[in-house]
Design a protein around this ligand. Sequence first.
Ligand code: HSE
Length: 428
Amino acid sequence: MTQPLRLGLAGLGTVGTGVVRIVRQKADLLAARAGRPVTITAVSARTRDTDRGVPLSEYDWEDDPVALARRDDVDVLVELMGGSDGPAKAATEAAIAAGKDVVTANKAMLAHHGQALAEAAEAAGRLIRFEGAVAGGIPVIKVLTEGLAGNDITRVMGVMNGTCNYILTRMQATGLPYADVFEEARQLGFLEADPTLDVGGIDAGHKLALMAAIAFGCRVDFDAVELEGIERITIEDIRHAADMGFRIKLLGVSQMTGRGLEQRMSPCLVPADSPLGQLEGGTNMCVIEGDRVEQIVLRGPGAGEGPTASAVMGDVMDIARGMRISTFGQPAASLAQARPAQAATPAPFYLRMALQDKPGALAKVATVLGEAGVSIDRMRQYRHDASTAPVLIVTHKTTRNALDTALVAMRKLDVMAYAPVALRIESV
Ligand code: HSE
């Protein structure tokens, strides 16, 4: 096939202009690799007159992305507008109905509507590809759907929000409190327009739900992701965790267990010398474990023009080459509805508390933990000037239920200065 693959590009922000640059600057390379030219026919964005630093005059302009998606001279809708509903979803549905494939970087849309959109696309014999939606430039969707297709995937993990990793590693490096570093990240333009998407773990949770669907052959179920953001992480926790040989990461973990599908996005401690522990700044990391491959680690830029446009173009090139892989790696209609696990796999926990410095205080804590069946692995009390003593405890593996029972009882102790902080320690 030598006819050009004609793109309709909806969304001309950072990633959209990055796609325009690749299509323009690498036309020969793309054509050589795909065996056919890849061109842009028409574009659409909220405003027409903005100078985006790339020439657009040779492309037709559409005010309405739905009209763009329906054009006869567009083969693939490249949806880079974002937003779970609204124009992005309308244009995607219109493209499918008009018989076009869709490439998108829209994690929110797919996390909420992925199953319905994939079913509609496949019923129409079309594809939705979404490499740019997960972990920016890391081709993790390809790795899961293609390279690891011969494995039973046992666990997927990832640090997939660069902003959170920037905040946590910057706190560690500077000793600055969360609020200061959050403000710094805002001024650097790292935060999404709604920062809760980043620091509340939602953006990374969307990505985890998409990976889990492919890894475990089930319908995307973002609502079942146990979500906790990084807002309550203090500089004390960062310091104390480091002191015990750990780093704190906003870590996504998904695994299929006898109790159902576990999907967690929460701040966890990981060993400081592990690949995840050593991940600095805005970089992302995905760790995949399969029964045959064992463990692989993918590391790379999780956002930005070049990396995300690179991922989008990987999908475009697959379509140009005639590759037809189902959206979630198997026909959407065959994806199971996984039962969400009611309780997470047992793990060790880090506990931080402050105790009134009087005889028997520590013994009361140890008793409460013991009565809940939670065993202490390591414990450290810090020197202190005030009347309370900071105490850290690392437990042996325990269930979250047993730990919660202990935490409720600990809060009631008359020696406890504040509610203890508990963070899971993930074995990586
Ligand atoms: N805001 C995200 C991040 C990038 O900080 O990684 C887009 O998903």
